[in-house]
Design a protein around this ligand. Structure first.
Ligand code: SF4
Length: 309
C-alpha cells in the first residue's frame, strides 16, 4: 500500500510523462498588503511574497516561460510543462491585465496553467475567462488557494484577512468550473496544535479539494512574525512534532487527494527560522520512515459513515 498520493506519480499518470513547473512572475500585489483588506500582509509573509525561485517580473510572461522552458528542456529532456503563476495574489489585478498575462502563457507544450491566489480574490469574471481559455486551447487550469489552517482563530492572529468561510466559498465556486483546486497549508503555525492539523485535513477532504501542498513554517527577517520570534513571544514546535503532525494530517486526508509537498522549501537568506536547520529532504525522509515503521498511510482515518447493525 502506498504511503501517500504523490504528485510526481499523479502527473506522470495524467500526462503520460514527467511534467515540470515553470514559475511565472507578474507585477501584482496582494489586497492584504495594499490596504484593500489589510496592511502589512500575513504575519509570516516577506515582501517578496511567497515565491522566490523566479525571474524578474519586468520580463514578459512569454519570455519567462521560454527562458525557463529552454533551461529545463535541456537539463531534463522535458517536453511538457505547467505555467505556474506563483507569487502574491495573481488574480488581484484588472481583468484585462489578467487576460493578457494568461494568454501569453498559453502555448506549445504547456499542458496546464496553475494560478496561485487568495480565496477571497477570485471573482466569477476571472473564472469565466479561464474556462474559455481551457476550452479554446485544451489546457488544464488549476487554482492554488492559500488557507494555511482551518483554525479561524489562528487565521485572525496571523492576519490572513479571511477566515475559513471565504475558503469554503472559493472552493465551491471554482469547482463549478471543473478546475482543480490545490490548497496550501502550514502545519506548525504558532497557536495551532495537532487537532488543527487533523481538522484541516478533514475539511479539505469533505470539500473534495484535488491537491494539497504542506509547508513547514519559515520565519523571515522584517516580518511581523520575525519580530515576535526574536522577542521570544512565539515558539516553533520541534521537528519530531512536525513529522507527527504531517502524518496525522495525511491519515485524516482522503486518499484521493494528491499531495504536492510534505515540507516547505525556503530561502536561507534573511531567514530567522527554516526547517530546523535541516534540509527539506531529510525531514521528508523522517516522515516516510516513520509512516513505514508504524504502518501508517494517507486516508486510513478519513471521515467514515457508520450504520447500526
Ligand atoms: S495572502 Fe499571500 S501574498 Fe498576501 S500577504 Fe498573505 S502570504 Fe503574502
Amino acid at each position: 500500500m502506498k504511503l501517500y498520493n504523490e504528485y510526481s506519480i499523479f502527473l506522470k499518470e495524467k500526462y503520460g510523462e514527467k511534467v515540470y513547473k515553470l514559475p511565472v512572475n507578474i507585477p501584482c500585489t496582494c489586497p492584504n498588503r495594499d490596504g484593500t483588506i489589510g496592511y502589512g500582509g500575513c504575519t509570516f509573509c516577506a515582501d517578496v511574497g511567497t515565491g522566490f525561485e523566479m525571474l524578474e517580473n519586468t520580463i514578459s510572461v512569454k519570455e519567462q516561460i521560454e527562458k525557463n522552458m529552454q533551461y529545463i528542456s535541456k537539463k531534463y529532456k522535458a517536453k511538457k510543462f505547467i505555467a505556474y503563476f506563483q507569487n502574491y495574489t495573481n488574480t488581484y489585478l484588472r481583468l484585462e491585465e489578467f487576460k493578457k498575462y494568461i494568454n501569453e502563457a498559453v502555448g506549445k507544450n504547456i499542458v496546464e496553467i496553475s494560478i496561485s491566489t487568495r480565496p477571497d480574490c477570485i471573482g466569477s469574471e476571472y473564472l469565466e475567462f479561464l474556462k474559455e481559455v481551457k476550452d479554446l486551447h485544451d489546457v488544464n487550469i488549476s487554482i492554488e488557494l492559500g488557507l494555511q489552517t482551518a483554525n479561524y482563530h489562528t487565521l485572525i492572529s496571523i492576519n490572513r484577512g479571511h477566515t475559513l468561510a471565504e475558503f469554503i466559498d472559493a472552493v465551491m465556486r471554482i469547482k463549478k468550473y471543473g478546475f482543480e483546486v490545490c490548497t496550501h497549508v502550514i502545519l506548525n503555525l504558532p497557536g495551532d496544535d495537532i487537532i488543527d492539523a487533523k481538522e484541516t485535513a478533514k475539511i479539505l477532504s469533505v470539500l473534495k479539494v484535488d491537491q494539497v501542498k504542506i509547508h513547514s513554517l519559515y520565519i523571515m527577517e522584517n516580518t511581523k512574525m520575525g519580530i515576535l520570534y526574536k522577542n521570544k513571544e512565539i515558539t516553533v514546535i520541534d521537528e519530531e512534532e512536525y513529522v507527527e503532525r504531517v502524518i496525522v494530517f495525511l491519515e485524516h486526508l482522503d486518499k484521493n487527494i494528491v499531495v504536492q509537498r510534505l515540507v516547505g522549501r525556503a530561502p536561507e537568506k534573511n531567514s530567522l527560522f527554516v526547517n530546523w536547520g535541516m534540509s527539506w529532504w531529510k525531514i521528508k525522509d523522517d516522515i516516510l520512515e516513520k509512516m513505514e515503521n508504524e504502518g501508517r498511510h494517507q486516508g486510513s482515518k478519513s471521515i467514515k459513515n457508520y450504520t447500526a447493525s
